[in-house]
Design a protein around this ligand. Structure first.
Ligand code: 5GP
Ligand code: ZN
Length: 155
């Protein structure tokens, strides 16, 4: 017996109705929203790493970046870059990190795509993006590149 035809739609509906960030986008959950656009919303992270730590989300629910259509990814990054630049300037930060924890292994806890904007301040005690993992593996750069080039040659 096959699954009902609309099972996918139903489970998607369940994911969305229970999703904290969908609730924030629909203003059903309190947040410190700082930007509300047609396609994306930016709000302060409830447990900030630095003052002004902001999350930028698409209004539409996608669990991970890999599920998002390319055009939507482009629009989301455009908003993130704009918000990050304004946050830095308004708070007098010295720079910012922009990042996505994509997937559980990468530290993703909320499965609604979000871009972290972490304003950086002189002597804030943090490192660069390269400080998030330390596992070099055994393969050479050329071996890794040889695995990746065919995958990226596909449309
Ligand atoms: P992740 O680890 O999934 O990349 O990050 C999720 C982020 O969402 C965390 O930094 C966490 O502090 C933040 N967060 C989780 N729940 C809420 C919430 O209800 N409101 C806000 N503003 N941030 C949240
Ligand atoms: Zn959601």
């Amino acid at each position: 017996m096959g699954a009902p035809a609309d099972e996918g739609a139903e489970s998607e509906e369940r994911a969305v109705s229970g999703c904290l960030f969908c609730q924030i986008a629909r203003v059903e959950r309190p947040s410190h929203t700082i930007f509300a656009g047609d396609g994306a919303v930016a709000f302060l992270d409830i447990f900030p790493c630095t003052p002004g730590h902001t999350l930028v989300i698409p209004r539409q629910h996608y669990a991970t970046l890999s599920e998002m259509p390319a055009e939507e990814v482009g629009k989301l990054f455009q908003v993130a870059a704009m918000v990050a630049t304004k946050v830095q300037s308004a708070l007098g930060a010295a720079g910012f990190n922009l990042g996505i924890n994509n997937g559980k292994a990468a530290g993703q806890e909320v499965f609604h795509v979000h871009i972290h904007i972490i304003p950086r301040y002189a002597d804030d005690g943090g490192g660069s993006m390269k400080s998030v993992a330390h596992f070099k593996g055994k393969e050479s750069l050329e071996q890794i590149a040889a695995k990746l080039r065919p995958a990226l040659a596909q449309p």
